[in-house]
Design a binder for this molecule. Structure first.
Ligand code: NAP
Length: 435
């Protein structure tokens, strides 16, 4: 049986579990692959650092370059941009197959790395980079290769889903839900990348690139996190039969004159409680895909964690190793660059707008005129009962949900409403999807 040397770069949460699977399940993996996968070494920074899994000390090295040069398959699980990027390029140029879970790097240069791998005739696989254990990239790349994807909408960050779900189920304020998430290990000590939406934005760029066969990077993603979502927003959503989720959305947009583009965005979003994504609780992830022929599909599972993510990594290793055994070129990425990223102004969505207004006659007429002026139609309007807790005396709370309109018109409507003297505060503006 053919022997393939595997180099593992990184032995943290995910790397240690990948090493465990490669060693413990070596016989089964060899059977499924048609080649023996020999873990040739593990590159780390600190040889003395404690590991989650007991592994033979002789496997560890700090010389990542030498390890890469000796390998048929390189698994990069160090994270960060450098030295990960240089090591991946080195592996590709040396003819090795590469598997990585490095979303930060891929969101910056997936098209560049994929082109390099294509040129070298090697494979670059990265299932673990989006939604951890969930098989989502391979279905988009392979299973849906004969279809035309129109929209991808996902809960791709477990930390923020845990926080929003806790706010929804317990009525907790954002800060309290975040503290709880940290206590339980769902949020890091510095949760910025998660709660500001940056992690989800990286995944949105990768999903968009694969779904629309064109290069998208982090700069193409309009990103808004969840830090301004209040307990009142969550309660109001509940009253409307909705729930707030942080969604990564990439969708095909047409402007009616034949120009096509793709809008890529991450923001807290109201979705109806009957939508399949509303049933995604805790730190779980799910991605909802719409395609011309397949229709609606949903992929659900654990979006992070050492063991679940290692499952996706080893799946990529087996798949890539089979190709090495069979011979032939690497898997080609069809990034033909025909559609470009459009600014969020081009998106069509609907808004839920919360207002605090003076409780006087004529207020509604003034607000309604602004909607009409911007050609935005109102789907529903609710006025809170008088003496709502938190309302100033003589004031009332209003919540409008609009029909779909252009983001530009909706944003201009909110800007004009803010200027009305009868409007004390715009308490929340959230986009609505799936309605
Ligand atoms: P981690 O726990 O921080 O582990 C990183 C590992 O890389 C450590 O073993 C570290 O060595 C090693 N390393 C870092 N810089 C190095 C360098 N310059 N030279 C040699 N070794 C270096 O990270 P992780 O959570 O396993 O994540 C790994 C990758 O998977 C990241 O790209 C991440 O985004 C991605 N990912 C993670 C998850 C998850 O649930 N954790 C989910 C999906 C994707 P030392 O141990 O010696 O410090």
């Amino acid at each position: 049986m053919k022997k393939l040397k595997v180099a593992l770069l990184g032995c943290g949460n995910v790397g240690s579990q990948v090493a465990r699977i490669l060693l413990d399940d070596a016989a089964v993996l060899a059977e499924r692959t048609g080649a023996e996968l020999e873990l040739a070494g593990i590159a780390v920074r600190n040889l003395e650092a404690p590991r989650d899994v007991e592994l033979p000390a002789g496997l560890f090295t700090t010389d990542a370059e030498a390890l890469v040069d000796s390998a048929d398959i390189v698994i990069e699980l160090m994270g960060g941009l450098e030295p990960a990027a240089s090591l991946i390029r080195r592996a590709i140029d040396g003819g090795a197959t590469v598997v990585t879970g490095n979303k930060a790097l891929l969101a910056k240069d997936l098209p560049g790395l994929a082109a390099r791998a294509n040129e070298a005739g090697v494979q670059l696989s990265y299932e673990a980079a989006v939604a951890g254990a969930i098989p989502i990239l391979r279905p988009i790349r392979d299973s849906l290769a004969g279809d035309r994807i129109t929209k991808v909408m996902g809960i791709v960050n477990g930390t923020t889903n845990y926080i929003l779900d806790a706010m929804d189920t317990t009525g907790a304020a954002f800060d309290d839900a975040l503290t709880k998430a940290k206590e339980l290990g769902y949020a890091e000590a510095d949760p910025t990348a998660d709660i500001e939406g940056h992690d989800a934005a990286s995944k949105a760029a990768i999903l968009a690139t694969l779904s629309f066969h064109a290069p998208f990077d982090l700069d193409d993603v309009d990103c808004e996190g969840i830090t301004s979502v209040t307990a009142e927003d969550v309660a109001a959503a509940r009253e409307q039969g909705m729930v707030i989720k942080l969604l990564a959305i990439a969708e095909r947009l047409g402007n009616g004159s034949g120009t096509e583009g793709v809008g890529v965005r991450v923001h807290p979003t109201l979705i109806p409680r009957v939508h399949p994504l509303a049933a995604v609780h805790g730190a779980f992830n799910a991605v909802f895909v719409e395609a011309d022929n397949a229709g609606e599909l949903m992929f659900y599972g654990q979006g992070a964690g050492g063991r679940p993510t290692a499952s996706a990594v080893v799946g990529d290793v087996v798949s890539a190793a089979r190709r090495v055994v069979l011979g032939g070129p690497g898997r080609t990425e069809a990034t033909v660059g025909q559609v470009k990223a459009l600014p969020i102004d081009a998106v069509r969505t609907s808004y839920s707008i919360g207002l605090q207004v003076s409780d006087k006659t004529g207020v509604l007429a003034k607000i309604a005129k602004i909607f009409t002026d911007h050609k935005v139609s109102i789907e529903t309007m609710r006025q809170s009962p008088e003496d709502v807790e938190g309302d100033a005396p003589g004031s009332a709370s209003l919540r409008f949900v609009t029909h779909r309109g252009s983001e530009a018109a909706l944003a201009a409507t909110v800007a004009d409403i803010k200027e009305l003297s009868v409007v004390t505060a715009v308490t929340s503006v959230l986009r609505v999807e799936g309605n």
